[in-house]
Design a protein around this ligand. Structure first.
Ligand code: ARG
Length: 578
């Protein structure tokens, strides 16, 4: 049996790199270029790493299958330790891992790195700003913000994991005409104690009442507008009320963020940029981009097939794009970002395209680092989510419902579980998050409690359950860190499947980061949980034989670690029991 601490030097884990170097000697093409084209065949029976020869055909003036056969023969003559076989299948050179060497390599790499397995240097020295969640003050934190919050959190975790220096910003909507309405309503019908206890709900009720009453009495609108002007002019009474509304709302938001495990580096809402707005508008003007249109100031974007970007209203007031332009400039000055990501619903695609273009026309070289990351809607069975006054589905209610439903399932499945409340919170919220992160971002998410809480489906609870099962096996087996294993005992199909998924995991994380698609990690997690369950059903872990038991326990530990890492990158907890 080998000591798992000291066997890494017998092979290299970087099989792709190794293959690229071998191919380079046979083709004369630099290995970095070849590395890009090495694929993982869908069906492992075809091979474990594949190299397509199409692009060599032109240079070598031979048919791809002939080239593939030729290369395969050369490789096999002098194959590296990790390779059991290489053969040509049509235009592809397919290489097969030696299962023992592979098990040794993958397990050592993972166990040595521990929870940092896959953590990269890719992002070293790069600054990334992320603007996510960003709900609006005195308005409910509704499901529309859920997507931004969940996807943002996951990208935040992924980028930090890969070594990027991330600055997470909550750009709360804390400025705008709604405050004139809320102030008017509060002064007419509000009560301080009431708002202190009801929080955002109380503020929203005032906002709703304002609209109801204003339908009957138009003078209210003038009053509200009057307050907006006063706020802009720095009126003390107005600003004191506004800042109290902000506090009340943040208190509610932060309660939710605590449940979701989110910590923003900065709360810099729209108002933070108020004193930076004039300079931004002035810059746009200096660049000769500002034009008058019906009394308003705009930047014409006809040449770019977009409607004009509104900069100043006819009364001189700033708009959503103006504030975003000022904010982007300030973020670059403050954080020197290489990339600045904005995560919002897809209904804002045009807004981002417009103000990104304005910044580009202003000749800011960093404007090319601005990225909008849109996502699809939540659809509830039987219709799309409503965001009309009054009948929005609130985030907190959603979390509570997820947790309550999970609590009931646990009560039924595992009534003797310790600390059921904590686990229900972790699993319920995890289920919600996983459901949003399991599909391509831009696809709508169908909201169905039964599906998302199905412990046997492709769900968060399913992955968490596999993790808990692994923890329990490790405990029963008395697993101790740094234990020995014999890789030759981990070569069954099921073990090999598990190991291949773990081997691919770091690349999937990098892919997820490059494409801003956490679902690539979520899919990999489900695949790993499935492969592990299959291993578990085919092979007894806690067998009599000491060497076999220890080796299988090491495999289980690897699965447990990888599941925990992956769930963590989605912002989801990995309870030890459930
Ligand atoms: N508060 C906005 C909303 O609720 C989202 C803000 C997104 N971020 C930004 N920089 N515009 O729709």
């Amino acid at each position: 049996m080998k000591d798992s601490q000291s066997s890494t030097e017998t092979f290299q884990m970087d099989y792709r790199q190794s293959l690229a170097e071998i191919l380079a000697t046979h083709t004369g093409i630099p290995s970095e270029e070849l590395l890009q084209s090495i694929e993982t065949p869908q069906d492992p029976k075809m091979g474990h790493l594949a190299f397509p020869c199409f692009r060599l055909a032109k240079e070598l003036k031979k048919a791809p299958p002939v080239i593939a056969a030729d290369i395969a023969t050369k490789i096999i003559e002098n194959r590296p330790l990790w390779m059991a076989d290489a053969k040509a299948t049509g235009p592809y050179v397919n290489c097969f891992f030696d299962r023992t060497v592979f098990a040794d390599g993958v397990l050592n790499a993972l166990l040595h790195a521990g929870e940092n397995y896959g953590a990269g240097q890719q992002g070293a020295g790069q600054n990334v700003c992320m603007d996510y969640s960003s709900p609006n003050i005195a308005k409910p934190f509704h499901v529309g913000h859920l997507g931004s919050t969940i996807i943002g959190l996951s990208l935040d975790k992924i980028y930090r994991f890969l070594g990027y220096n991330v600055t997470a910003i909550n750009y709360i909507g804390d400025w705008g005409t709604q405050f004139g309405k809320v102030i008017t309503a509060y002064l007419k019908w509000g009560c301080k104690e009431d708002i202190e206890t009801t929080g955002i709900d109380g503020l929203v009720a005032l906002y709703v009442r304002f609209h109801e009453e204003a339908d009957k009495d138009a003078a209210l609108n003038d009053e509200a507008r009057g307050w907006v002007v006063k706020l802009q002019g720095g009126d003390e009474e107005g600003l004191a009320l506004w800042s109290w509304f902000v506090d009340i709302s943040l208190r509610d938001f932060k309660r939710m963020y605590a449940r979701l495990g989110i910590n923003f580096d900065h709360y810099r809402g729209e108002s933070y940029y108020n004193d930076k707005m004039d300079a931004a508008v002035e810059l746009i003007r200096q660049k000769g981009l500002l034009q008058e249109s019906d009394g308003a100031q705009i930047v014409d974007l006809e040449d770019y097939n977009m409607p004009a970007c509104l900069i100043l209203r006819s009364d001189g007031g700033t708009l959503y794009p103006t504030r975003d332009i000022a904010a982007a400039i300030d973020r670059f000055e403050s954080f020197k970002f290489d990339k600045s990501l904005y995560i919002t619903g897809q209904e804002q695609i045009l807004h981002f395209a417009q103000f990104f273009k304005v910044l580009e026309l202003m000749d800011f070289p960093w404007a090319k680092g601005l990225v909008h990351i849109p996502y699809g809607m939540f659809r509830f069975e039987g219709g799309k989510m409503s965001s009309r006054r009054g009948d929005v589905i609130k985030m907190e209610e959603l979390l509570d419902e997820a947790v309550a439903k999970t609590r009931a399932i646990i009560e039924e499945k595992n009534p003797s579980l310790a600390d059921k409340d904590t686990v229900a919170e972790q699993v319920g919220i995890g289920a919600l998050m996983f459901n949003k992160l399991y599909t391509n971002r831009i696809k709508d998410t169908v909201f169905n409690w039964e599906l998302m809480l199905n412990f046997d489906g492709e769900t968060g609870p399913y992955v968490q359950y596999a993790h808990a099962r692994a923890c329990s096996v490790l405990e029963k087996g008395g697993y101790a860190e740094g234990g020995n294993f014999d890789p030759a005992l981990l070569v069954e199909d099921e073990a090999f499947d598990v190991l291949r998924i773990i081997y691919d995991f770091p690349a999937k994380i990098e892919d997820a980061a490059d494409k801003y698609e956490p679902f690539m990690i979520a899919r990999q997690l489900v695949a790993l949980a499935q492969a592990f369950n299959s291993f578990y059903h085919h092979h007894v872990v806690l067998v009599e034989d000491e060497a076999l038991r220890q080796s299988r326990l090491v495999l289980v530990r690897a699965v447990q670690l990888q599941l925990k890492i992956g769930l963590g990158l989605l912002g989801i907890s990995a309870p030890m029991a459930m």
